[in-house]
Design a protein around this ligand. Structure first.
Ligand SMILES: Cc1cc2nc3c(=O)[nH]c(=O)nc-3n(C[C@H](O)[C@H](O)[C@H](O)COP(=O)(O)O)c2cc1C
Length: 162
């Protein structure tokens, strides 16, 4: 298997849970959780307002995490929660600052019930503009609560990673 890195953002742990499980399945130690300089709220209405507004504007928050050097990887796996039917804002920053030329890209997204297809499409189009080739994607609903269903889908997704 080629060298693979998983880069993801997770506000409340669902994508983190999936990313760690996927890393185990593909035996990759290259796992980078993006964190923002200014943390997004995790409670109440503000949770949806702040993140939702930033996602809708395509805002690129400053990251505390150093952007990983993708040059030594052939496969880049990107994970995000669905925010207002879009990618979470920190993923916009990661994509803007990265070069995907010649890379195989894989996308996983989770929501609390809504469709993740527009989120996956948005990431695909941004990555393709930067030279990446999207190979596969998977969308999950509440993966921590629905673990069995999620892990089955993740196992299938893992098989698609070259
Ligand atoms: C700012 C914000 C916006 C969200 N927008 C949506 C949405 O449009 N549709 C949906 O089904 N879930 C939405 N959710 C729920 C998350 O996508 C879902 O809970 C996801 O699994 C969370 O992943 P995480 O625990 O890794 O942060 C939103 C959550 C937040 C915080």
């Amino acid at each position: 298997m080629s060298e693979t890195i998983i880069v993801y953002y997770s506000l409340e742990g669902n994508i983190d849970f999936v990313a760690k499980n996927l890393a185990e399945k593909i035996s990759s130690k290259n796992l980078v959780r993006l964190e923002t300089v200014k943390a997004y709220p995790t409670k109440g209405l503000f949770k949806f307002l702040h993140g939702g507004k930033d996602a809708m504007k395509g805002f690129k928050p400053e990251l505390k995490t150093e952007i990983p050097d993708l040059s030594k990887f052939e496969n880049i796996v990107i994970g995000t929660p669905v925010w207002a039917s879009r990618p979470s804002a920190p993923i916009n920053t990661f994509i803007e600052k990265s070069d995907f030329s010649g890379k195989n890209v894989y996308i996983f997204a989770s929501s609390m019930g809504g469709s993740a297809s527009s989120t996956i499409e948005a990431i695909s189009s941004q990555v393709e503009k930067k030279g990446g080739k999207v190979i596969s994607s998977v969308s999950l609903v509440n993966p921590i609560k629905k673990q069995e269903e999620a892990l089955e889908k993740v196992a299938e997704f893992a098989k698609s990673i070259k």
